[in-house]
Design a protein around this ligand. Structure first.
Ligand code: GDP
Ligand code: IMO
Ligand code: MG
Length: 412
């Protein structure tokens, strides 16, 4: 197959950007299919640090074409900031992707301030932008091609939403930038379809993670899109048969930003040392990430809803600082054991995780180049994860840099 989907199997920030970057040399196209600039993908390559929010991470490689697909919500401000140092000719934007405007962000901020059920969103306007899309009053990127029509659409939208927004000054401010991207706003379904027919290699880069999926995540503490490979056919406009191989990205422990249930969460010094070692602070909002043990129940749920057929385990090096490693292998809810993730957030918050414990390795592993180089305790941890999940671990990431990636051999 010439396509590969990269998907986060936890709560986002699993290291999707790093893996996308490390694999991008093998691909001609890198395609983002959902979300917006709520994503933050950090990569260290060419001696530089890149933090991508709205652009696909493949952009770091000059040979790639990078698609912003129909399922995305795109902020012109975010795009403008990120495109600045990058060649715009490497980018294609779906004419059907929805635009995210500053008033969407204001609505997001207001809703986080006023609701009793705070989600802890990134406050970028993602939820409100998807709301205008599904309410069928949204404005799509294709509208940027005709500013007179865009003005009318913006006046209608702001009027319907009842928000104050100076349409004229916004359009005046953005005029030049819009003109610079218009040549790259195209029918991306057609482009990707043609690329596939021509046997080009296509990488689909997910944002967020399955536990933040609108339907299959920890609702309502989720994002407003579907970070699963099964959404790619709809989000890009492709036959489902194009999407087969999917690489699930799993952090060697668990993190979460924002509110919501987190059964294996840990606190105090135990969490602090992992947070500090793994630099676990949100790349979009700078918030400290919540830390927890690996959760096999959630991972099995994520594997089922995604059909992932290979895994990358990331940030394994961070666990060098702990004495022992715990894996949650089942939940107990109201005295009953279960391997299923309860659908209600309150029930998930009440489960008791059942753990097994393994010894840590307590030596640095960032310089290891092969599976055989890893300490035997680290190898045992990986074998145990694979045993629990029943899906082969293909890659092990043992540091933030592009080259700190071990591809497992058949006999490892
Ligand atoms: P994404 O949203 O899934 O792309 O992940 P983020 O980039 O938000 O968060 C992952 C963080 O871990 C980033 O700061 C990466 O630079 C870093 N990272 C990725 N892989 C590794 C790894 O194997 N080891 C370490 N120590 N850091 C990593
Ligand atoms: P990447 O692509 C981690 C979380 C927010 C919040 C919830 C809803 O870097 O993995 P939203 O702004 O989307 O309405 O917020 O989802 N969230 C993420 N957490 N990584 C992300 O992206 C996230 N994008 C959204 O913290 O809990
Ligand atoms: Mg991130």
């Amino acid at each position: 197959m010439n396509t590969l989907s990269i998907v986060g199997l936890q709560f986002g920030d699993e290291g999707k950007g790093k893996i996308t970057d490390s694999l991008s040399h093998q691909f001609d196209y890198v395609v983002r299919y959902q979300g917006g600039h709520n994503a933050g993908h950090t990569v260290y390559a060419n001696g530089q640090k890149y933090v991508l929010h709205v652009l696909p991470t493949g952009i770091v490689h000059p040979h790639t074409i990078n698609i912003l697909g129909t399922g995305m919500v795109i902020s012109l401000d975010a795009l403008q900031k990120e495109i600045h140092p990058i060649k715009v000719s490497q980018i294609r934007i779906s004419d059907r992707a929805h635009l995210l405007f500053p008033f969407h962000q204001q609505l997001d901020i207001q809703s986080e301030q006023s609701t009793s059920q705070k989600i802890g969103t990134t406050q970028k306007g993602i939820g409100p932008a998807y709301q205008t899309k599904t309410s069928r009053i949204g404005i799509r990127a294709g509208s940027l091609k005709d500013l007179a029509r865009l003005k009318i659409e913006l006046l209608q939208l702001t009027n319907t939403l009842g928000v104050t927004f100076d349409v004229d000054s916004y359009l005046h401010e953005k005029k030049e930038f819009i003109a610079s991207i218009v040549p790259f706003i195209i029918d991306t379904s057609y482009e990707v379809f043609q690329a596939y027919e021509q046997k080009k290699r296509i990488l689909f880069e997910g944002a967020q993670g399955v536990m933040l999926d609108l339907d299959h995540g920890t609702y309502p503490y989720v994002t407003s899109s579907h970070p699963t490979p099964s959404s790619i056919p709809v989000d890009i406009g492709l036959p489902p048969s194009f999407i087969q191989d999917a690489l699930g990205i799993v952090k060697a422990y668990t993190t979460r930003v924002g509110e919501g249930p987190f059964p294996t969460e840990i606190f105090g010094d135990a969490a602090d040392i992992i947070r500090k070692t793994g630099n676990e602070y949100g790349s979009t909002t700078g918030r400290p990430r919540r830390i927890g043990h690996l959760d096999v129940v959630m991972l099995k749920h994520a594997l089922r809803v995604t059909g992932v057929n290979q895994l990358a385990i990331t940030l394994l090096d961070v666990l060098s600082v702990v004495d022992t490693i715990k894996i949650c292998t089942a939940y107990e809810l109201n005295g009953q054991r279960t391997m299923l993730v309860p659908s209600h957030a309150q029930d998930l918050a009440n489960v008791k995780p059942i753990y097994e414990t393994m010894p840590g390795w307590k030596v640095p592993i960032q310089d290891c180049k092969s599976f055989a180089d890893l300490p035997k305790e680290a190898q045992a941890y990986l074998h145990r994860i694979q045993e629990h999940l029943g899906v082969p671990i293909r890659f092990i990431s043992n540091g933030p840099k592009r080259e700190q990636l071990i591809e497992r051999g058949h006999h490892d």
